[in-house]
Design a protein. Sequence first.
Length: 161
Amino acid sequence: MIVLGLDPGIRHTGFGIIAGEKQKLSLIDTGVISPKQKQDLSEKISYIYNQIVELIKKYSPEEAAIEDVFMSVNIRSALILGHARGAAMVACTNNNVSIYTYEPTLIKKTIVGRGRADKNQVAFMVGQILGQKPIWPKDASDAIAIAICHHLIRTTLKKYK
């Protein structure tokens, strides 16, 4: 199964594409989608959408995993993040990719063992799970972690059905 993990953000949307068969995982591609800072909000949203559509066309993931929205002290930031998340979800839906969402604490707990792990701990464990040195950006590590979390949860659920 090919899973697309997405960590949406209006400045940087991390993506991680993994292939998984039971407990064996491999990284296909990872990176960050970064709209130009000078673009207005609608152009940034369009750019994120189009880049995710290109990833879907290139890699044909069967499922996508996206981080749930978390409550933010800054309401404006949370709303802007919601736009990026919406662009990612519509890109997947319009291309027949099933979407699954996970709370940040569940992702961290699944990957690191602690729901309050920091980005460095997540990056380190993602590297350990994949058997690679984590040389990718932190937003990409988070996206890979989301994809791995999804794969592990789906694999576990299949065992018990």
